[in-house]
Structures are given as structure tokens and as C-alpha cells.
Design a protein around this ligand. Structure first.
Ligand code: PGA
Length: 246
């Protein structure tokens, strides 16, 4: 039995006060039967690290640089994140692929950089609505994951994968549990060919997961948690999803 992971992706939301209230609300509702993380905007990483010190609520970044250090204005190195206890970095989120033209190769390089510093990459894959309608879903997610598997080599088993259909992100149009499970099974099969521990790797679902649909999604055999956007910004909603997880 895989222990599930519920990870909040705050995206570009938050303030000192809102973050403090949100974190306090989550901390007060523990314990949960799943692993927990919040992926926060860079400026708030430090205060989040302080607020969560000594707790089992982990924290992560929403991106990282593929470069070790150097003249890359505006980028944040993995070594910097690692220095103050960052556990996860989301890489390849569809918003970065879309708005920042991130390629499969760049996403793979970021995942590799994260692992090199002991940070678990949460590697996002997912198809657009046009790709789904054209019957390309499996091919798209396999191509995206394959770049990362190739870059990580024998460390591929250390990543977390997140299946996030682009058409379900922030739209309220959630994938049905059957649609999500079908893609998760494809991804699991691909991981089995690449990593000896594929059956214990986590594949999260992301895309309009909410308190009212979390339980059925999380009950699917290959769904091992959630990457939660909008519903991670309200403590009550995030807590309800954590309670639906095992
Ligand atoms: P959503 O976002 O839950 O708001 O759809 C999920 C994500 O983009 O990670």
C-alpha cells in the first residue's frame, strides 16, 4: 500500500497574513494518514520553513533552475532551496510549459538538478483538451515522462509524478476517476519499465481536485495523492482533501 501525498500548489497567491492563517489551520487539523506538503511562492519559503519547523508538514518550491549557479537573472538554484530544508520542487507544471515555453528537456534537466540536491521533483505531465480530443493523451504524457526518465537514469524511481490534464486545471472540469485512473495506469506501466520500485512510486492527480471529488479520485488503484491548486488556499478545503487520503 502506497502512502498518499497531498501537496498544495499555491501558485502566485499569498501574503504574510494569509499564509500564516492557512498554515496554522492545516497544522491544527493534524494528524492525517497521508504525507503532506505545501509548495509556496519563493519569497515565502523562508517564513514557511520557520512556521513548519519540527512538523510533518513538508514544503516545496513551484519550480527551480536547471543550472547549478551563475548569471541567470531571476532564477533560483536548487542548492539555495536545499539550504533551508526544501523537500519538493514542482517541475514541468503546464503553466510553466505554456507561459515560459519550458520544453520536455528543460523539465527533465530541472528534475535532475533537484534530485542532485536531495529535493524530490514533482514532475507534472498532462495533455491539453485538443490533444485529448485527438486521441493523443497517452502519447503526450508518455513523451513528457520519457524525457525525465531518460535524464534521471537509475534515479528515476526517486521522483514523484503528477498527472495534470491541462483542461482540468483551474477550470472546475475534473477528470472522471476512470479517465484519471486510465492515464495513471499508463504512467505506472512506463515507470515499471524504468524503475525497480515503480510500484511504490507516487503518481498524483491534479486538476480541480476538491473536497467533494477527492475521495473517489483517491480511491483509484494508481492514484497516490493529489496536487491541489485552488482548494489548497483554504485550510478547510485542503484539510478535507487530506482527510480523504490514506
Ligand atoms: P487546480 O490546480 O487544483 O486549481 O485545478 C492544480 C494545479 O495546477 O496544480
Amino acid at each position: 500500500m502506497r502512502r498518499q501525498l497531498i501537496a498544495g500548489n499555491w501558485k502566485m497567491h499569498g501574503s504574510h497574513q494569509a499564509n500564516a492563517e492557512l498554515l496554522a489551520g492545516i497544522l491544527a487539523a493534524r494528524p492525517f494518514a497521508c504525507d503532506l506538503a505545501v509548495c509556496v511562492p519563493y519569497p515565502y519559503l523562508s517564513e514557511t520553513a520557520v512556521a513548519l519547523a519540527g512538523s510533518d508538514l513538508r514544503w516545496g518550491a513551484q519550480d527551480c533552475s536547471a543550472h547549478e549557479q551563475g548569471a541567470y537573472t531571476g532564477e533560483v538554484a536548487v542548492a539555495m532551496l536545499a539550504e533551508f530544508g526544501c523537500r519538493y520542487a514542482i517541475v514541468g507544471h503546464s503553466e510553466r510549459r505554456l507561459y515560459h515555453a519550458e520544453s520536455d528537456q528543460l523539465v527533465a534537466d530541472k528534475a535532475k538538478a533537484a534530485l542532485a540536491h536531495g529535493i524530490t521533483p514533482i514532475v507534472c505531465v498532462g495533455e491539453t483538451l485538443a490533444q485529448r480530443d485527438a486521441g493523443q493523451t497517452d502519447a503526450v504524457v508518455k513523451r513528457q515522462l520519457s524525457a525525465v526518465i531518460h535524464a534521471l537514469g537509475h534515479c528515476a524511481g526517486e521522483m514523484v509524478v503528477a498527472y495534470e490534464p491541462v483542461w482540468a486545471i483551474g477550470t472546475g472540469k475534473v477528470a472522471t476517476p476512470q479517465q484519471a485512473q486510465a492515464v495513471h495506469a499508463v504512467l505506472r506501466a512506463q515507470l515499471r519499465a524504468a524503475a525497480a520500485n515503480a510500484d511504490s512510486m507516487k503518481i498524483l492527480y491534479g486538476g480541480s481536485m476538491k473536497p467533494d471529488n477527492a475521495a473517489t479520485l483517491l480511491a483509484q488503484p494508481d492514484i497516490d495523492g493529489g496536487l491541489i491548486g485552488g482548494a489548497s488556499l483554504k485550510a478547510a478545503d485542503f484539510v478535507a482533501i487530506c482527510r480523504a487520503a490514506s
